[in-house]
Design a protein around this ligand. Structure first.
Ligand code: ZN
Length: 71
């Protein structure tokens, strides 16, 4: 299980970014919301979308793994 956060500071392109704990792009505690412990980013994304329909995953801490796990 990993800990996931979502940014609460909406970006200029109107998306909310989900990060894994420990990501260097994770915003400070004032600008993020704790999502919970999830077995995968898909679960975290599902949870986040209940709150913010325009949620996406961070390309640095999550998308990277999509490529390595795809094959
Ligand atoms: Zn990240």
């Amino acid at each position: 299980m990993k800990i996931y956060y979502v940014t609460t500071l909406q970006l200029h392109n109107e998306v909310y970014v989900i990060h894994e704990e420990g990501c260097k792009y994770l915003p400070n505690f004032l600008n993020r919301k704790f999502l919970g412990h999830f077995p995968s980013y898909e679960e975290a994304l599902k949870e986040s979308k209940k709150i913010y329909s325009t949620s996406i995953v961070c390309p640095f801490c999550i998308n990277e793994k999509l490529f390595t796990n795809k094959s």
